[in-house]
Design a protein around this ligand. Sequence first.
Ligand SMILES: [Zn+2]
Length: 223
Amino acid sequence: MMEWNIQARAHECGMCERRFEDKDVCHTLLYQEDDELNRLDLCNECWVKKYSQEIRRMPGLVSFWQGVYTVPPPEPPEPLEKETAESILRKLIELKEDEFEPACFILAAMLERKRLFKVKAQHRKDGRRYFVYEHAKTGELFTIADPELNLNQFEPVQRQVHGLLAHGLKIIGVHDEKNPSESMAVETGHLDDGMNPEDDKGGDLPADEEDSHGSGYTNYRGQ
Ligand SMILES: [Zn+2]
């Protein structure tokens, strides 16, 4: 069964194994194999030589797109940093508990609104819908299941997400050793995370202006 997960961008081409350098063009293919969504990152040469012509015949292809590889910044030290939608989402995905699927979905939608996440593909599997989001800075792919919440279910999940942002994972019984105490300041800071309820009445997401090459998904579906 497919589950929600995070797939990091490769640091080398999946075919010729050449290491990517900063600002290299990188082609990402998303395909399904043995019930899993896999990603393949390719350098431009391999893409042109091997894939660009045959891509639409690739078995299990879900989506493909072109991006730019950026050298990841050194890990910042993060002592007692306040939780963000992103940090909470990462921790929940790590837990792999089905009960947090709805919270992950809401957090991912918040990150999309902040333009940190970009939808790259939608995928159906066993009657369920999955969104594949790309992290705008790291190129990681986050596969998030659509919990298909109805209005009654939506509110408790949103309350849970509010609570997680304000108090961290201890409210769901998970204690984070790296972040043993939370400061009171966190409680007033949580509106920064896009959790202002007003945001949710806005309706449409902002138009995406950055995606100049268009997503492979759209192109693919257009065939
Ligand atoms: Zn290559």
